[in-house]
Design a binder for this molecule. Structure first.
Ligand SMILES: Cc1ncc(COP(=O)(O)O)c(C=O)c1O
Length: 408
């Protein structure tokens, strides 16, 4: 994949993925020759329109949807925002209650918070110690005036997978009129998503998390779902999202989706194997660490490894890894820079001081065994060095840390 400098190792695929050269190639004609406005009527514009129609058909087929149920957006944040605001606005007469979880991405959480300031009622469902929202816990929060339930498919920080199909069933048993949304931004590259098997009315996807470009995303909207556009104007996307379409990014996203479908099994096998090595080896090589999120691979997002390391700061580890040629993340990249411990880890019950030592390693299509070897060689001495410099003793974790540490 282009863009990764020699000698550098990229272990931050949950933040963004390197665009596949084939996706970049698919974009170029729409930047160079067919740059015309797809809404215009001349021949060149019709070529741009065709590209968007074909992209819509490709994305729809990949997730088991109809083409007119696909709304192109600018990315995951916009898709989430349109889902929440669009449904609440459209359902205002029926109710103003929104159910979501405490571990959602800020694109959902902050939108929910703002909606609450605007008069909506929001219930945040608690998660278990693995970061999973159980169907029973979600259903329990649903009321007669609940208009939308939004639960992420895979958590971006700890890789916990939610059983969205079971959640959707449980919600509908409680309130058949509640609309069900899932943020599938992290899972779209890895898991063969099908909106009917998942039982969702709305699904968010971002191109740049599946080896496509920045600037394109999808909100799947099941036919008949009440939704009011949040960007008005030229009436594009069947009046659900106005604005001249980003033809090149949409074409690149469609190619990335095609590749993800065609190569999913191969990607999955490789990423699962590397993920298993890290999850097995890290606790063997570094004392006093904990794996956050589910231990079992089938309950985890493929490629996702998250740990807490007692008595170190996640940010310091990241800087040291960077110097060693390894790009990684602590918690969510979108909140890196903030000093607060991750809201996800805190919601799971990880003590805040321990949560400060979080590290997220997310593997992707081009990672190899050699990359995992390098990380496994580089990280233990970095941790040992930092603990040696610590002003506090680093051998006796407080009692409330112990349940989180695999080798305490
Ligand atoms: C679960 C999840 N939802 C939403 C987003 C936001 O997507 P975007 O960066 O495309 O706006 C992210 C990005 O990290 C994410 O991980």
């Amino acid at each position: 994949m282009s863009g990764t400098s020699p000698g550098r190792i990229y272990l931050d695929h949950a933040a963004t993925t390197p665009p596949d050269p084939r996706a970049v190639e698919a974009m170029l004609p729409y930047l160079r020759e067919r740059w015309h406005n797809p809404s215009s009527i001349y021949i060149e514009a019709q070529a741009a329109r065709r590209a968007i129609d074909e992209a819509r058909a490709t994305v729809a087929a990949a997730i088991g949807a109809q083409p007119d149920e696909i709304v192109f957006t600018s990315g995951g944040t916009e898709s989430d925002s349109l889902a929440l605001r669009g449904v609440l606005d459209a359902s205002a007469k029926r109710g103003r209650h929104l159910v979501t979880t405490a571990v959602e991405h800020h694109a959902v959480l902050d939108t929910a918070e703002q909606l609450q300031r605007e008069g909506a009622m929001v219930t945040l469902v608690a998660v278990d110690r693995d970061g999973v929202a159980t169907p029973a816990a979600v259903a329990e929060a649903v009321r007669d005036d609940t208009v939308l339930v939004s639960v992420m498919h895979a958590n971006n920080e700890v890789g916990a997978l939610n059983d969205i199909a079971a959640i959707a069933r449980a919600v509908r048993e409680r309130n058949p009129r509640a609309v069900v949304h899932s943020d599938a931004v992290q899972s779209a590259a890895h898991l063969g998503l099908n909106v009917n098997r998942l039982g969702v009315d709305l699904l968010s996807i971002a191109a740049h998390k599946l080896y496509g470009p920045r600037g394109a995303g999808v909100l799947y909207v099941r036919s008949g779902t009440p939704l009011i556009a949040q960007i008005q104007g030229g009436g594009q996307e069947r009046d659900r999202r106005s604005g001249t379409e980003n033809t090149a990014a949409i074409a690149g996203m469609a190619e990335a989706v095609r590749i993800a479908v065609a190569e999913r099994e191969a990607d999955l096998g490789r990423e699962r194997a590397l993920q298993r090595r890290l999850l097995d080896e890290l606790p063997r090589r570094i004392p006093l660490i904990g794996i956050t999120g589910p231990r079992e691979l089938e309950r985890r997002l493929p490629g996702s490894v998250s740990i807490v390391i007692a008595f170190v700061e996640g940010e310091s580890i990241l800087l040291a890894l960077d110097l060693a040629g390894i790009a990684a993340s602590s918690g969510s990249a979108c909140t890196t820079g903030s000093v607060e411990p991750s809201h996800v880890l805190v919601a799971m019950g990880v003590p805040p001081e321990l949560a400060r030592g979080s590290l997220r390693l997310t593997l992707g299509r081009l990672n190899s065994d050699g990359d995992v070897d390098r990380l496994l060689e580089a990280l233990p001495p970095i941790v040992a060095r930092m603990r040696a410099l610590s002003p506090v003793p680093t051998t006796e974790p407080p009692p409330d840390w112990r349940p989180w540490l695999v080798n305490a």
